[in-house]
Design a protein around this ligand. Structure first.
Ligand SMILES: [Zn+2]
Length: 428
């Protein structure tokens, strides 16, 4: 299938890989295997797509008189591109953290809408990795509520004191009920009695939770949650709150999107269009909550807004009750190592270690195991350069590599243990 190249096509067709660079007026065939539905939609050329469907990978754009060598000249799909770094840069192995660690952000269990709990990892399996990696305590954030919470506590913190900590979660399914505000506050107090040490709020709030009836998204700073935030503060339970997502998830999935591959692998992670608020609106709503509840300690997960450390710094400066974890964001921190290093220095008393570790194999930057922790330790403890932020053949969050920040020992101690221990009232 051949067609003539126009300006608009050249501008919008990154996924079509002809054998040589295109100019307007060229005639070419399509490498159909590299084109998917979304690209066609982005091209805005549905008619062309229909016409070209079924086109096979063929070279038609090769200039006359030149025989392109497949090895040297043929375009390759992005997903096959696996360049090996030629840098002779030192690679430090860090099999154990230099100091004992609290992993403040893990998902050993998850709850269903009814509150029932499911274990995704066995405590004994966790403990063997923990002992090898010098992790003293794992915080299971998604501990659900009610009966599910009691099961999570029974299987984790009750059976292995000091090694596991369990957080509770709000019962979102009840959020539109008239008595919800007081009921939820009472649930937090009951969860604390049952052994929960903190409250986890998923990005559900702000991006998924909708009002029964009107179907409008419920705002993060909706006053119905005020009693819940206060109850957490009164029980000295830190609130681990995930708000928004990487900024690229709010942009069109086009050739300018730096997380194009990740969004193609997980198209449901996109919050572009529809009625979603912007990243900044979500961040500011969380800020309003922190401002209204100064006695409640908030740990803004994933460095709050890891791509925008100047903004996060401004928030940290205006809200002394704000903390952050670094979970699943060393890919962001490690590609801006100088600004990240200044951030670690300035907020060394309010940053906690976390990984977002889970049993899932779909997100290698979070898959629980030795390899994951070794990368985090290398990032924090060494000044190694240009290494992978995830144990994966292709960097899963974007095709870049990271640089270690080489934190000094006093700062490392705070981030690995002291700051989280203070929040969780564990021994110093
Ligand atoms: Zn998480």
């Amino acid at each position: 299938m051949a067609f003539r190249v126009g300006e608009a096509f050249l501008d919008r067709s990154p996924a079509l890989r002809p054998l040589t660079p295109l100019r307007t007026g060229d005639t070419l065939a399509l490498l159909e295997t590299t084109v998917n539905r979304r690209d066609w939609l982005n091209l805005g050329a549905a008619a062309l797509a229909a016409e070209c469907a079924g086109a096979r990978a063929q070279a038609a754009a090769a200039p006359q008189g030149r025989d392109p060598s497949p090895a040297e000249d043929a375009g390759i799909p992005l997903e096959q591109y696996a360049p090996k770094s030629m840098l002779h840069a030192p690679a430090t192995q860090v099999p154990r953290a230099r100091f004992p660690v609290i992993d403040f952000h893990t998902h050993i269990t998850s709850g269903s809408a009814s509150g029932k709990i499911q274990f995704h990892m066995k405590p004994a399996e966790c403990l063997s990795v923990m002992d090898r990696k010098n992790i003293r305590t794992m915080v299971d954030l998604t501990g659900s509520y009610g009966e599910g919470l009691r099961d999570a506590i029974g299987g984790l913190s009750a059976g292995h004191p000091g090694r596991f900590v369990v957080f509770t979660e709000p019962a979102w399914a009840r959020a539109s009920d008239a008595d919800y505000p007081q009921w939820q506050a009472a649930q937090i107090a009951a969860a604390h009695q049952a052994g929960a040490r903190g409250l986890k709020v998923l990005k559900t709030l702000g991006l998924f939770l909708r009002e029964k009836g009107s179907n409008r998204l419920v705002r993060i700073d909706d006053p119905r949650f005020d009693p819940m935030w206060e109850a957490a503060g009164a029980a000295e339970m830190p609130v681990a709150i995930h708000t928004s997502d990487p900024e690229a998830f709010f942009l069109p999935i086009d050739r300018f999107n730096e997380r194009w591959e990740e969004l193609h692998a997980h198209p449901d992670w996109s919050f572009h269009g529809r009625d979603f608020p912007s990243n900044r609106e979500l961040q500011e709503a969380r800020r309003a909550v922190m401002r209204r509840h100064p006695r409640t300690q908030f740990v803004c997960l994933h460095v709050a807004d890891a791509e925008d450390l100047p903004y996060v710094s401004e928030c940290m400066d205006s809200h002394p009750n704000m903390h952050v974890d670094i979970a699943a964001r060393i890919g962001e921190l490690g590609r801006q190592p100088r600004m990240a290093r200044r951030f670690f220095d300035r907020y060394q008393d309010r940053i906690v270690f976390g990984t977002d570790a889970s049993a899932s194999l779909n997100t290698p930057q979070q898959t629980f195991g030795d390899a994951l922790y070794e990368i985090y330790y290398r990032f924090l403890e060494t000044e190694d350069e240009y290494f992978d932020y995830a144990p994966a053949a292709v960097p899963p969050q974007g095709r870049w590599r990271i640089y270690g920040v080489g934190l000094p020992e006093p700062v490392l101690r705070k981030i690995y243990w002291e700051n989280a221990a203070r929040l969780l009232a564990l021994p110093a």
